[in-house]
Design a protein around this ligand. Structure first.
Ligand code: ASP
Length: 330
């Protein structure tokens, strides 16, 4: 009797467990059932936003649901990262971020999240060069002239950036260090408004990704001094590198990662990653990225492990350099 009761009870439990598992599997297969938010840490219309919106449009074709970009600006991208770290881990909130994910721990003494432990890692997207720009009527016509001019002008030159943690800030910091001079820094909520200020002549210099700057360079609205990669780039073949014109070894490439909150179910991360990898082969994404100077990352970087390993190496690379420069926010 006791055995039979236990047997029946066990069957009931197994049945119930089976149902729960089947229900869970069905829910995961059904994912996503509604729109997904992709948080961008900088202003709409800027270079990170351009990558996010083009990527989101392509990924939504695989996922069958819209990806809605939400711009959560402030504190050089750290507010957006903190928001996503604390969001519900249900597969409906993700973050796209760049090198700022790796530089923030050295730049911010009180960071509300740990980039290496508080996220679910989806994969990397594309690498983007930066361009050093001056306002159209800034006196020096080319990079060597700019270098001497900048050394002489120092803090009379206004340098726009997107706050501490932005790549525009990182580029400006390296530039000032290599020139041995100090500009006056003007922070914005992203480099979209920073570029508007450059076009309007309110600031003198901006270092920004090609995913925003190429159309303005082609329209001859700004002075292009050079690119921040070690070698010249296909999208701007006539632009010299800073490296070749006297700033030896100057290199910044902007990389992008997609993250979810830490406890996002692995099946959901896998599905989101599948959509990401499909987008990285989709001509509507890849052609636009190529026009804007971006390079799709190789397959091994398009994975959760590829992102996590890269992030750790970037934290190890930039941390000591930033600490040495003594730049930080309390
Ligand atoms: N280019 C910006 C940065 O400096 C970010 C942006 O506005 O997309 O990080």
């Amino acid at each position: 009797m006791g055995f039979s009761i236990r047997g029946t009870g066990l069957r009931a439990v197994l049945l119930a467990l089976g149902c729960a598992a089947a229900f869970q599997a069905a829910a995961q297969n059904a994912y996503p059932t509604r729109a997904i938010t992709l948080v961008v840490p900088f202003a709409a219309g800027g270079p990170t936003d351009v990558v996010a919106r083009t990527l989101g449009a392509s990924m939504s074709k695989t996922l069958g649901q819209p990806i809605v970009v939400e711009n959560r600006t402030g504190a050089g991208g750290t507010l957006a990262a903190s928001y996503v770290a604390k969001a519900a881990p249900d597969g409906y909130t993700f973050l796209i971020h760049h090198n700022g994910m790796a530089t923030a721990p050295a730049l911010y003494r009180k960071l509300a999240y740990n980039p290496l432990t508080d996220f679910a890692y989806v994969g990397q997207v594309a690498d983007v060069p930066m361009t050093l720009l001056g306002r159209k009527d800034l006196q020096p016509a080319d990079l060597p002239a700019f270098i001497s001019y900048a050394k002489a002008q120092g803090n009379k030159l206004n340098l726009a950036n997107a706050g501490l943690g932005a790549v525009s800030q990182l580029c400006g910091m390296l530039l000032q260090e290599s020139l041995g001079t100090q500009f006056t820094t003007v922070p914005y909520s992203g480099t979209a408004p920073a570029l508007t200020a450059l076009l309007g002549g309110q600031v003198d210099v901006l270092c920004d990704q090609t995913t925003q700057t190429i159309p303005h360079i082609q329209a001859d609205k700004v002075r292009l001094y050079g690119v921040t990669t070690l070698d010249r780039i296909k999208a701007l073949p006539d632009a010299p590198t800073l490296n070749e014109k006297g700033l030896k070894g100057f290199e910044i490439k902007v990389w992008h990662g997609v993250y979810g909150p830490k406890d996002t179910p692995p099946e959901v991360v896998a599905r989101f990653n599948e959509a990401l990898r499909a987008a990285l082969k989709d001509p509507s994404f890849t052609n636009r990225m190529a026009e804007l100077g971006a390079e799709i990352v190789p397959a091994d970087k398009q994975t959760p492990q590829g992102l996590q390993t890269w992030l750790k190496s970037e934290i190890d690379k930039w941390g000591p350099m930033i600490r040495k420069a003594g730049v930080y926010a309390d």
